[in-house]
Design a binder for this molecule. Structure first.
Ligand SMILES: *Cc1c(COP(=O)(O)O)cnc(C)c1O
Length: 256
């Protein structure tokens, strides 16, 4: 999905769709995909990926109904935090870190994020956990799995995912809520969908393990603007959408 003229969410009479129009169109797409998969649309949350969007755009999408946003760079998360602090404090929006996180940035992330979806190593989990335990708080985390095996993507490999998840779940200060992945970058829908199925099977295995702390690891954060239907068909409970809400991030999107 892009800022193309025929994108769902276009207003009548050819006017430029607003963020609210696009947000509603994406939500309608999610609802339709859930119904097509025989699922209750309420089982699927929309996380709005706000990278490269300024605080005003983020506030606009929250006004349009968004209750969950995701940032993938610590620097951006920190830069926008003061302008969003009132919304977070009021509980109007939750903020998830969805990008690769280095251990030395843990403190900055914890100052703003209400959850971290990109836990991909025990070392990172331990750094988050020790800080949270010291502050007497519990952080919602997900284990990021690289289901496609593409070298450009972060995440633990599928074979090590269940083991890492049990280790993370056992840490005091963290609550393992589920699993996150970025789908294969491929036009082959079957391949993309097989990756999402893999994540679901990992989730089911970890949930069934009965290992300490794994009992709440139900979430599957998977699916983006281009592949959310496939993800929802495979059980996604959170889809992370940027482009379809805000328009393309490329320079061409600035033409208006
Ligand atoms: C940007 C981003 C998304 C959203 O991607 P779109 O294709 O713009 O919808 C989802 N997840 C992560 C981790 C991202 O960085």
């Amino acid at each position: 999905m892009s800022s193309h003229r025929s994108a769902p969410g276009d207003s009548p009479l050819g006017t430029t769709p607003t963020i609210a129009d696009r947000y509603a169109a994406v939500r309608a797409r999610i609802d339709a995909a859930a119904l097509a998969a025989g699922r209750d649309p309420e089982e699927v949350q929309l996380l709005v990926a706000t990278k490269t969007q300024d605080a005003a755009a983020v506030r606009a999408v929250v006004a349009a109904g968004a209750t969950l946003i995701g940032e993938n760079r610590v620097q951006e998360l920190v830069a926008k935090a003061p302008d969003l602090a009132d919304l977070v404090a009021a509980g109007s929006v939750r903020v998830h870190m969805i990008g690769h996180l280095q251990r030395n940035k843990v403190n900055q992330v914890l100052a703003t994020a209400t959850g971290v979806e990109s836990v991909d190593s025990l070392a990172l989990a331990e750094a988050l956990a020790s800080r949270c335990a010291r502050e007497g708080r519990t952080l919602d985390v997900m284990v990021q799995v690289n289901v496609s095996g593409e070298g450009s993507k972060a995440g633990v490999g599928p074979d090590g995912a269940a083991h890492l998840s049990r280790q993370v779940a056992a840490l005091e200060g963290l609550r393992l809520t589920g699993f996150m992945t970025i789908g294969a970058n491929s036009p082959d829908t079957a391949l993309v969908r097989a990756g999402f199925e893999r994540l679901r099977r990992i989730r089911d295995e970890v949930l069934a393990s009965g290992a300490p702390g794994t009992g709440e690891a139900r979430e599957l954060s998977m699916g983006m603007s281009g592949d959310l239907e496939a993800a929802i068909a495979e059980g996604a409970t959170i889809v992370r959408v940027g482009t379809a809400v805000f328009g393309a991030r490329a320079v061409t999107a600035a033409v208006d």
